[in-house]
Write a protein that binds this ligand. Sequence first.
Ligand SMILES: *[C@@H]1O[C@H](CO)[C@@H](O)[C@H](O)[C@H]1NC(C)=O
Ligand SMILES: *[C@@H]1O[C@H](CO)[C@@H](O)[C@H](O)[C@H]1NC(C)=O
Length: 113
Amino acid sequence: MRFQSLVLFLLVLSVSLAKNQAISVSYNPIKDINDPYVIEIARFAVTAYNKRAGAKLEFKTVIKGESKNVIKTYYRLNLSANNGSISNDYEAVVVDVPFNHHRHLISFKSLHS
Ligand SMILES: *[C@@H]1O[C@H](CO)[C@@H](O)[C@H](O)[C@H]1NC(C)=O
Ligand SMILES: *[C@@H]1O[C@H](CO)[C@@H](O)[C@H](O)[C@H]1NC(C)=O
């Protein structure tokens, strides 16, 4: 009896997770690009890129952004950073999993070249 209700619970859980995934696979625009959490993600992207590429970019501002939530949240941000004395725009993709403090830079590329 208890085992059966556990199985039922897991079934309902997996169906609702699958539904959640199906609803939110596409990116949605971020309404408030000045949200401190979004700024934090953008700063993280620049810092992680600097470490990875040995660059010395300084984050300036988020220009535009999108996110999608599939248990993990994916952020796609267009941001502006100083590269030495030159300002440039970049597109960064970051995955963020707040509940286990996992954050990873997926890609970072220059928008103009
Ligand atoms: C970033 O800018 C590029 C070029 O203008 C555009 O194609 C892309 O959709 C933008 N990305 C976001 C997340 O707004
Ligand atoms: C920063 O500027 C240097 C020198 O102009 C250039 O070689 C490098 O590719 C730039 N890095 C980025 C990430 O834009």
